[in-house]
Design a protein around this ligand. Structure first.
Ligand code: AMP
Length: 219
Protein backbone atom coordinates (compact mmCIF):
# COMPACT_ATOMS: atom_id res chain seq x y z
CA UNK A 1 0.00 0.00 0.00
CA UNK A 2 1.34 3.46 -0.94
CA UNK A 3 -0.01 6.75 0.36
CA UNK A 4 0.74 10.41 -0.44
CA UNK A 5 0.27 12.97 2.32
CA UNK A 6 -0.24 16.45 0.90
CA UNK A 7 -0.15 19.52 3.11
CA UNK A 8 1.28 23.01 3.41
CA UNK A 9 4.37 23.61 5.54
CA UNK A 10 3.19 23.46 9.16
CA UNK A 11 0.10 21.42 8.34
CA UNK A 12 1.34 18.65 10.65
CA UNK A 13 2.57 16.31 7.89
CA UNK A 14 5.59 15.18 9.90
CA UNK A 15 3.55 14.24 12.96
CA UNK A 16 0.73 12.56 11.03
CA UNK A 17 3.28 10.70 8.85
CA UNK A 18 4.72 9.19 11.99
CA UNK A 19 1.27 7.93 13.09
CA UNK A 20 0.42 6.63 9.61
CA UNK A 21 3.68 4.70 9.23
CA UNK A 22 3.20 3.05 12.60
CA UNK A 23 -0.46 2.18 12.09
CA UNK A 24 -0.23 0.94 8.49
CA UNK A 25 3.36 -0.38 8.53
CA UNK A 26 4.70 2.04 5.94
CA UNK A 27 8.17 3.44 5.27
CA UNK A 28 8.40 7.21 5.56
CA UNK A 29 9.78 9.01 2.51
CA UNK A 30 10.07 12.76 3.10
CA UNK A 31 11.70 14.72 0.29
CA UNK A 32 12.42 17.56 2.76
CA UNK A 33 14.42 15.08 4.89
CA UNK A 34 16.19 13.68 1.81
CA UNK A 35 17.23 17.20 0.82
CA UNK A 36 18.40 18.05 4.34
CA UNK A 37 20.49 14.83 4.27
CA UNK A 38 22.04 15.94 0.99
CA UNK A 39 22.92 19.29 2.56
CA UNK A 40 24.49 17.56 5.57
CA UNK A 41 26.60 15.32 3.31
CA UNK A 42 28.16 18.44 1.79
CA UNK A 43 27.97 17.21 -1.79
CA UNK A 44 28.59 19.59 -4.73
CA UNK A 45 24.81 20.19 -4.80
CA UNK A 46 24.49 21.06 -1.10
CA UNK A 47 24.99 24.83 -1.31
CA UNK A 48 22.50 25.17 -4.13
CA UNK A 49 19.86 23.11 -2.29
CA UNK A 50 20.38 25.10 0.91
CA UNK A 51 19.97 28.43 -0.87
CA UNK A 52 16.78 27.27 -2.59
CA UNK A 53 15.27 25.93 0.64
CA UNK A 54 16.18 29.07 2.58
CA UNK A 55 14.31 31.19 0.04
CA UNK A 56 11.26 28.97 0.44
CA UNK A 57 11.42 27.94 -3.22
CA UNK A 58 11.12 24.45 -4.70
CA UNK A 59 14.21 22.56 -5.83
CA UNK A 60 14.14 21.22 -9.39
CA UNK A 61 11.87 18.34 -10.38
CA UNK A 62 14.92 16.54 -11.86
CA UNK A 63 16.81 16.52 -8.58
CA UNK A 64 13.75 15.39 -6.63
CA UNK A 65 13.11 12.65 -9.20
CA UNK A 66 16.64 11.28 -8.80
CA UNK A 67 16.45 11.29 -5.01
CA UNK A 68 12.99 9.68 -4.87
CA UNK A 69 13.75 7.01 -7.46
CA UNK A 70 16.96 6.00 -5.70
CA UNK A 71 15.24 5.89 -2.30
CA UNK A 72 12.30 3.78 -3.55
CA UNK A 73 14.61 1.34 -5.29
CA UNK A 74 16.68 0.90 -2.15
CA UNK A 75 13.74 0.75 0.25
CA UNK A 76 12.59 -2.92 -0.11
CA UNK A 77 9.37 -2.14 1.69
CA UNK A 78 5.74 -3.25 1.73
CA UNK A 79 4.51 0.28 1.36
CA UNK A 80 5.58 3.89 1.30
CA UNK A 81 4.24 7.08 2.82
CA UNK A 82 5.23 10.06 0.65
CA UNK A 83 5.54 13.25 2.69
CA UNK A 84 6.18 16.53 0.86
CA UNK A 85 6.18 14.76 -2.50
CA UNK A 86 4.80 15.28 -5.09
CA UNK A 87 4.66 19.04 -4.99
CA UNK A 88 4.08 19.68 -8.72
CA UNK A 89 2.14 17.98 -11.49
CA UNK A 90 5.41 16.92 -13.14
CA UNK A 91 6.40 15.19 -9.90
CA UNK A 92 2.97 13.53 -9.64
CA UNK A 93 3.36 12.11 -13.16
CA UNK A 94 6.83 11.04 -12.30
CA UNK A 95 5.67 9.22 -9.19
CA UNK A 96 3.10 7.33 -11.26
CA UNK A 97 5.73 6.23 -13.75
CA UNK A 98 8.28 5.21 -11.10
CA UNK A 99 5.62 3.13 -9.32
CA UNK A 100 4.49 1.56 -12.57
CA UNK A 101 8.04 0.49 -13.47
CA UNK A 102 8.36 -1.08 -10.03
CA UNK A 103 4.97 -2.76 -10.39
CA UNK A 104 3.49 -0.75 -7.55
CA UNK A 105 0.57 1.68 -7.40
CA UNK A 106 -0.63 4.68 -5.46
CA UNK A 107 -3.64 3.80 -3.29
CA UNK A 108 -4.56 7.01 -1.51
CA UNK A 109 -3.83 10.73 -1.28
CA UNK A 110 -4.57 12.57 1.97
CA UNK A 111 -4.93 16.33 1.63
CA UNK A 112 -4.25 18.00 4.96
CA UNK A 113 -5.86 21.45 4.82
CA UNK A 114 -4.66 24.18 7.13
CA UNK A 115 -5.20 27.95 7.42
CA UNK A 116 -2.44 30.53 6.92
CA UNK A 117 -2.76 31.69 10.56
CA UNK A 118 -2.30 28.18 11.92
CA UNK A 119 0.72 27.58 9.69
CA UNK A 120 2.52 30.68 11.01
CA UNK A 121 1.65 29.88 14.62
CA UNK A 122 2.94 26.32 14.30
CA UNK A 123 6.07 26.91 12.30
CA UNK A 124 7.68 29.91 13.93
CA UNK A 125 7.44 28.10 17.28
CA UNK A 126 8.61 24.73 15.89
CA UNK A 127 11.78 23.08 17.18
CA UNK A 128 13.22 19.63 16.52
CA UNK A 129 15.41 17.46 18.70
CA UNK A 130 18.92 17.59 17.30
CA UNK A 131 19.43 13.85 17.92
CA UNK A 132 16.19 12.05 16.94
CA UNK A 133 14.27 14.74 15.03
CA UNK A 134 11.20 14.66 17.33
CA UNK A 135 9.07 17.73 16.66
CA UNK A 136 8.11 20.19 19.44
CA UNK A 137 6.24 23.46 19.61
CA UNK A 138 7.04 25.98 22.33
CA UNK A 139 3.35 26.94 22.57
CA UNK A 140 1.45 23.70 22.12
CA UNK A 141 3.91 20.86 22.71
CA UNK A 142 6.92 21.98 24.73
CA UNK A 143 9.59 19.47 25.78
CA UNK A 144 9.75 18.60 29.48
CA UNK A 145 10.82 21.16 32.08
CA UNK A 146 14.31 19.74 32.48
CA UNK A 147 14.71 20.50 28.73
CA UNK A 148 15.10 16.90 27.66
CA UNK A 149 13.61 15.33 24.56
CA UNK A 150 10.70 13.06 25.58
CA UNK A 151 11.62 10.53 22.88
CA UNK A 152 15.40 10.14 23.25
CA UNK A 153 16.49 12.22 26.27
CA UNK A 154 18.75 14.58 24.29
CA UNK A 155 18.89 18.16 25.48
CA UNK A 156 19.61 20.14 22.32
CA UNK A 157 16.93 21.46 20.01
CA UNK A 158 17.16 23.41 16.79
CA UNK A 159 14.93 25.52 14.60
CA UNK A 160 15.03 24.96 10.83
CA UNK A 161 16.66 27.76 8.86
CA UNK A 162 13.59 27.92 6.56
CA UNK A 163 11.15 28.28 9.47
CA UNK A 164 11.43 32.09 9.61
CA UNK A 165 8.13 33.91 9.11
CA UNK A 166 8.95 35.52 5.74
CA UNK A 167 10.19 32.20 4.33
CA UNK A 168 7.16 30.37 5.71
CA UNK A 169 4.82 32.82 3.95
CA UNK A 170 6.62 32.23 0.65
CA UNK A 171 6.48 28.44 1.13
CA UNK A 172 2.76 28.65 1.96
CA UNK A 173 2.01 30.73 -1.14
CA UNK A 174 3.92 28.37 -3.44
CA UNK A 175 2.20 25.39 -1.84
CA UNK A 176 -1.30 26.85 -2.34
CA UNK A 177 -0.63 27.47 -6.05
CA UNK A 178 0.70 23.96 -6.66
CA UNK A 179 -1.85 22.19 -4.50
CA UNK A 180 -4.80 23.11 -6.74
CA UNK A 181 -3.12 21.31 -9.63
CA UNK A 182 -2.52 18.21 -7.52
CA UNK A 183 -6.12 18.20 -6.28
CA UNK A 184 -7.27 18.04 -9.89
CA UNK A 185 -4.67 15.43 -10.78
CA UNK A 186 -5.76 13.01 -8.05
CA UNK A 187 -9.45 13.93 -8.03
CA UNK A 188 -11.98 13.52 -10.84
CA UNK A 189 -12.23 10.01 -12.28
CA UNK A 190 -9.24 8.80 -10.35
CA UNK A 191 -10.88 9.86 -7.07
CA UNK A 192 -8.16 8.71 -4.68
CA UNK A 193 -7.84 12.00 -2.75
CA UNK A 194 -9.69 13.04 0.40
CA UNK A 195 -9.46 16.23 2.52
CA UNK A 196 -8.81 16.44 6.26
CA UNK A 197 -9.22 19.55 8.42
CA UNK A 198 -5.64 20.09 9.66
CA UNK A 199 -6.52 23.08 11.88
CA UNK A 200 -7.94 20.74 14.52
CA UNK A 201 -5.98 19.28 17.46
CA UNK A 202 -3.36 16.71 16.48
CA UNK A 203 -5.30 13.79 17.98
CA UNK A 204 -8.55 14.78 16.21
CA UNK A 205 -6.71 15.09 12.89
CA UNK A 206 -5.23 11.63 13.43
CA UNK A 207 -8.65 10.14 14.27
CA UNK A 208 -10.03 11.56 11.01
CA UNK A 209 -7.10 10.28 8.95
CA UNK A 210 -7.13 6.83 10.51
CA UNK A 211 -10.90 6.38 10.15
CA UNK A 212 -11.02 7.51 6.52
CA UNK A 213 -7.87 5.64 5.48
CA UNK A 214 -9.12 2.41 7.02
CA UNK A 215 -12.50 2.82 5.35
CA UNK A 216 -11.13 3.65 1.91
CA UNK A 217 -8.59 0.85 1.92
CA UNK A 218 -11.30 -1.57 3.00
CA UNK A 219 -9.39 -2.71 6.08
P1 AMP B 1 9.50 20.15 3.87
O1 AMP B 1 10.41 19.53 4.87
O2 AMP B 1 8.62 19.17 3.16
O3 AMP B 1 8.71 21.33 4.44
O4 AMP B 1 10.45 20.77 2.73
C1 AMP B 1 11.39 21.79 3.00
C2 AMP B 1 11.84 22.44 1.71
O5 AMP B 1 12.50 21.47 0.87
C3 AMP B 1 10.72 23.00 0.83
O6 AMP B 1 10.32 24.30 1.23
C4 AMP B 1 11.39 22.99 -0.55
O7 AMP B 1 12.33 24.04 -0.65
C5 AMP B 1 12.20 21.69 -0.52
N1 AMP B 1 11.38 20.53 -0.98
C6 AMP B 1 10.92 19.49 -0.24
N2 AMP B 1 10.23 18.61 -0.98
C7 AMP B 1 10.27 19.10 -2.25
C8 AMP B 1 9.72 18.65 -3.49
N3 AMP B 1 8.98 17.52 -3.58
N4 AMP B 1 9.94 19.41 -4.59
C9 AMP B 1 10.69 20.53 -4.53
N5 AMP B 1 11.22 21.03 -3.39
C10 AMP B 1 11.02 20.32 -2.25
Amino acid sequence: MNIVLLGAPGSGKGTQSHFLCKEFDLTHLSTGDLLRNEIAKQTPLSQNILETINKGHLVSDELIADLVKKTIEESHTKGLLFDGFPRTQVQAQLLDSILEILNMRLDLVINLLVSREKVIERIVNRYTCIKCGAIYNTLTKPWDSSTKCDSCGASEFKQRSDDREEVVLERYKIYQDQCETLKDYYGGDRGIIFPVDGDQDVSVVWDDIKRETTKRLGR
